[in-house]
Design a protein around this ligand. Structure first.
Ligand SMILES: [Zn+2]
Length: 439
């Protein structure tokens, strides 16, 4: 059997982009051949090939759990950002069975990329990739470079490198770009979308709806079905977002006459099952709260026993002192997910708190080893990358985020696991350097 080259996914690389790289690096003729091969190696043979999810296979190629892969590399956490079905099941979790078929799929007509990101990628690693953050509906500019995205039809785009489309047109003019950036509601919408990507499970629809309904009522909007007697939230949304932007992400809304209810949007305030796509909920939430942060704090509740709105407990999260955070990070071997379970805090709270004190997630052993080479064995950046085989981009990102706490944490993590001696560690790396790495 042929051997398989298994690249590490890049930071925020979208699933299909990763699949494309696996195909190219291994010279597979097409996606079908690649999936068949991956199924032969990794597939659970008790499950028919067409029922085994691509996400599952790709997670195995990347040597990470299905949960991690789903949360870091698929659009699932956004598409399933609010759910009434199994809301307590984490994205990519075992019981979330419908996920398996649909986690990796092309949900968008267009594929978006930032030319400056592509240039940076080519400089850093010689290849470019599609970022998940750029595929958020309505996200038409790169927040890192503050420049308008370009787009191509997504049919096959994700499987090839974005650098192949370098000449594609920018999606909007500079005037429109300015209009979006100056619109608080658009900014709320995009920020909430981003925050949903940081959560490991959806917002519970049954707990969310009554909160939205209450606030809407207070603001004078109609929050029940039946004849229209008050202002409609759908009309309000139509009046505050740029029309051309709404047309791109929710065309039905723009076409509806003023004063006529649009179930998919107005129903968000009272329907106890998902009335529409997550986009509808995001539009409503964006206009009901003054900021994305306020919205997420309010909606990030715990729903107990599923017995109705009276049982909603709204949580205010108390962070432990810094030294306890460092301690937990060490116990969790640098894994934010594990740390969030130990601290009993939502993952996005933990990610933010840990990054603030210079402790990014040690998502792979390769990355951890590279950091040891750099911080403890005092190798240069270039040499640490060469010896460990870590992805350059990931490594440089990690270095940028780390501080003094990291040195302490690495020393502890490594001495917990083995009698750690940095000279021996380095020597082993130098010895193995010429032989192929096995993962
Ligand atoms: Zn960019």
């Amino acid at each position: 059997m042929r051997s398989l080259i298994r690249p590490q996914p890049f930071l925020d690389e979208i699933d299909l982009s990763y699949l494309g790289r696996v195909i190219r690096l291994n010279d597979f003729k097409n996606e079908k051949e690649a999936i068949a091969f991956l199924y032969e190696i990794f597939g659970n043979k008790e499950v028919a090939r067409n029922r085994v999810s691509k996400a599952d296979l790709l997670a195995k190629v990347a040597s990470c759990s299905l949960e991690n892969f789903t949360q870091m590399h698929t659009t699932r956490p956004l598409r399933r950002g609010i759910a009434s079905y199994c809301p307590d099941e984490i994205h990519g979790g075992n019981d979330e069975s419908t996920l398996n078929a649909t986690a990796v799929q092309n949900n968008y007509e267009m594929a978006y990329f930032c030319r400056k990101c592509v240039s940076d990628d080519l400089k850093l690693s010689g290849m470019s990739y599609w970022r998940r953050a750029h595929q958020i509906p309505g996200r038409l500019w790169c927040s890192m470079h503050n420049s308008v995205l370009s787009s191509v039809s997504s049919k096959i785009a994700f499987l090839t490198e974005p650098s192949a489309y370098f000449d594609a047109n920018s999606v909007i003019s500079d005037e429109k770009f300015l209009e979006l950036k100056n619109n608080q509601f658009v900014m709320n919408f995009l920020e909430i979308s981003r925050l949903l990507y940081l959560r490991n499970k959806p917002l519970n629809l049954r707990a969310t709806t009554p909160i939205l309904g209450d606030i809407a009522k207070e603001r004078g909007f109609q929050a029940y079905s039946g004849n229209t007697k008050s202002d409609l939230i759908s009309d309000h949304i139509n009046s505050v977002f740029p029309k051309w932007w709404l047309e791109m992400i929710f065309p039905d809304l723009v076409r509806k006459p003023y004063g006529k209810q649009l179930h998919k949007i107005d129903g968000v305030l009272y329907m106890r099952t998902l009335s529409s796509t997550v986009t509808a909920y995001l539009l409503v939430i964006s206009v009901l709260f003054e900021s994305a942060e306020v919205a997420m704090n309010k909606l990030n509740h715990v729903y107990i026993n599923g017995t109705g709105e009276n049982s909603i407990k709204r949580n205010v999260y108390q962070l432990p002192p810094e030294k306890d955070l460092v301690e937990t990070y060490i116990e969790a071997r640098g894994n934010h997910q594990v740390a969030s379970e130990k601290l009993k805090l939502p993952i996005y709270i933990v990610i933010r708190a840990m990054r603030k004190i210079g402790l990014p997630s040690l998502s792979s052993d390769i990355l951890a080893n590279a950091l040891v080479l750099f911080y403890l064995c005092k190798q240069s950046i270039v040499r640490s990358i060469k010896l460990s085989g870590v992805n350059e981009y990931r490594f440089e990102n990690a270095i940028r985020e780390t501080g003094g706490n990291m040195v302490l944490a690495l020393e502890k993590i490594f001495s917990l696991e083995k009698q750690f001696d940095k000279d021996v560690f380095l020597e082993n790396y130098l010895k193995n350097y010429s032989s192929p790495r096995v993962k």
